[in-house]
Design a protein around this ligand. Structure first.
Ligand code: HEC
Length: 248
């Protein structure tokens, strides 16, 4: 009986040391035998790690060569000459503080954030309107408005869209004409994050599309909005216009 136990222990120790010896390699850079190489190295192509190895096969000709490919479609560029254009593509910097307060409040954190909606009042529409781009900007605005907003806000922006007439949204959709003092930034904030019965459009529209829509909405508040005289000056003096404006 005792002999058997010694034999088992002896054989196991021998097998174990053989296994351990087997994992030793003379290469100082080698980790030795890898029992689960997939855990260390991803089988997919790593664009910025160029060791020419894909699924265990090393392609010598691809080693130490730039392997980065063209970025996936709709990737947001972080460089470019037109800084305002790039800025328009980056995510909106304001946080949905209401949701943040709700979630963090649950865990007992004191989140005394400033009222971001109030702060948004200072944000200006970076997509400036001028005599040259007004027509294409407002045409694009109409296209977006018809598809995304008109069913609630109404074709004339009076808050009488089919959703309201059907009584589903009765009495909650404002007439844009009554919101003439609402800043561009607050309009953006509400469209991006939603307000009251209006859902968030942040995932449905790009920042540029939202700023375009804001120009379109302004027309319902002043019929001269987006109109320019022969010399290119805005008919409505309050319109912020710039000849060096962002391309539409
Ligand atoms: C489902 C119906 C619905 C849709 C779709 C909708 N809205 Fe609204 N919108 C509302 C309601 C309701 C309010 C009033 C929210 C409040 O003040 O409680 C509102 C408010 C607004 C305001 C005022 C925001 C503020 O800060 O007071 C603007 C500007 C606006 N909407 C623009 C848009 C634009 C542009 C679109 C299209 C992208 C759109 N809305 C789509 C229902 C809608």
């Amino acid at each position: 009986m005792k002999r058997n136990v010694f034999a088992i222990i002896g054989t196991s120790a021998l097998t174990l040391s053989l296994l351990m010896l087997n994992s030793c390699k003379s290469d100082a850079d080698s980790p030795g035998l890898e029992y689960a190489p997939d855990m260390y190295r991803t089988p997919s192509i790593e664009p910025y790690v160029d060791y020419g190895e894909v699924r265990g096969r090393i392609d010598e000709s691809k080693k130490v060569k730039l392997s980065a490919r063209i970025p996936a479609r709709n990737t947001i560029p972080y460089y470019g000459k037109d800084t305002s254009e790039v800025k328009l593509m980056l995510p909106y910097f304001r946080k949905p503080n209401v949701a943040f307060r709700e979630t963090h409040g649950l865990y007992g954190f004191d989140v005394s954030l400033a009222d971001e909606y109030a702060l948004a009042a200072a944000d200006k529409n970076p997509l400036l309107i001028n005599a040259k781009n007004a027509e294409s900007l407002l045409t694009k605005g109409k296209e977006l408005f018809t598809a995304m907003c008109q069913h609630c806000h109404g074709e004339k922006g009076d808050g009488m869209g089919p959703m309201v007439l059907s009584k589903a949204y009765e009495g909650v959709v404002p007439n844009y004409a009554n919101l003439a003092n609402l800043s561009d930034g607050q309009m953006f904030y509400s469209i991006y994050y939603g307000k009251g019965m209006m859902g968030s459009h942040g995932s449905l529209l790009s920042k540029k599309e939202i700023w375009t829509l804001i120009h379109y909405v302004r027309q319902f508040q002043n019929k001269d909005y987006g109109k320019f005289d022969a010399s290119g000056k805005p008919v409505m003096s309050a319109v912020v216009s710039d000849t060096t404006a962002v391309k539409p």
